[in-house]
Design a protein around this ligand. Structure first.
Ligand SMILES: [Zn+2]
Length: 45
């Protein structure tokens, strides 16, 4: 599952949520971005 971030309010939104309704549940914005994978737990294939 992918997690996106709202461009406007910076809240995390799961891809599941976006599939159901393509807008931020917090501020109704429709601009999202994938946060850079700078987090440690990343598996490189
Ligand atoms: Zn938002």
């Amino acid at each position: 599952m992918t997690t996106y971030k709202c461009f406007k309010c910076d809240e995390k939104i799961s891809s599941e949520e976006l599939e159901r309704r393509f807008s931020c549940p917090h501020c109704n914005s429709r601009i999202f971005y994938k946060p850079r994978t700078a987090i440690k737990k990343i598996k490189v294939k």
